[in-house]
Design a protein around this ligand. Structure first.
Ligand code: G3P
Ligand code: CA
Length: 233
């Protein structure tokens, strides 16, 4: 099976995270999938940002949910980049996407865009929130979903199955061989994050991961080398 390299917030090790510049860089670097985070603006736009507040990644302050899209557009998201909306990412890159629902309220808006544009083949919906995945599956039967987990035990496999997810995205720091094997036994794929070093990559491969989420897309070359396959394979 293909081992996938997933660009975390684009190529956030090189570019301002969750910006079009970051997504384009990730795509040019040859990642298999691009991961991004979603919130809702005050006026209902699907805003691409990790935190619930704009403070860390822009020159503004305050919660995204209290700002209109026009207000968010005035902010500098790094190197002069503007805060993108999901629809712009769809146009800026052609790569398959992992769209992470950070704000559960964004689940419905995302499902509407995916349905209108028939994007369920291209976009996998991921979330730490079980209820966001359950709602997505209800609104959009057939969509592929993945449960993301940072602090978790073996029950994470049952949680994923309960919401109809086909994939787990698991923090490497907590991963154990038991959880990895349980996931595969349950026919779930699993990806692990964040994998930025060869040591982390070796660990991910030893666990049998189906892919890694990385800030540094060039890890793809190391993965091919360690797995003994050429990049074109
Ligand atoms: O894909 C997993 C990863 O994106 C989850 O962590 O905090 O970077 O959204 P975070
Ligand atoms: Ca994320």
């Amino acid at each position: 099976m293909n081992f996938l390299t997933i660009g975390h917030r684009g190529a956030m090790g090189h570019e301002p995270e969750n910006t079009l510049r970051s997504f384009v860089r990730a795509e040019r670097s040859g990642v298999d999938l691009i991961e991004l985070d979603l919130h809702l603006s005050k006026d209902g736009a699907l805003v691409v940002m990790h935190d619930a507040e704009v403070d860390r990644t822009t020159d503004g302050r305050g919660p995204i949910a209290e700002k209109t899209l026009a207000e968010l557009r005035e902010l500098d998201a790094g190197q002069g980049e503007r805060v993108p909306v999901f629809e712009e990412v769809l146009e800026a890159v052609a790569a398959p996407l992992q769209a992470e629902i950070k704000d559960v309220a964004a689940a419905r808006a995302l499902a509407e865009v995916l349905a209108e544009r028939q994007l369920t083949d291209r976009v996998e919906v991921i979330s730490f929130h079980d209820e966001a995945l359950a709602e997505t599956a209800r609104l959009l039967p057939g969509v592929r979903t993945a449960l993301v987990a940072s602090r978790y035990g073996t029950d994470v496999v049952d949680r994923a199955l309960a919401v109809g997810a086909t994939t787990l995205v698991l923090n490497l720091r907590r991963l154990t061989l038991e959880i990895a094997q349980r996931a595969h036994k349950a026919d779930l794929r699993f990806f692990t994050w964040t994998v930025n070093t060869e040591e982390q990559l070796r660990l991910a491969l030893a666990f049998g991961a189906d892919g890694v989420t990385t800030d540094l897309p060039e890890i793809k070359e190391a993965a091919a080398r360690l797995r003994g396959v050429s990049r074109s394979a």
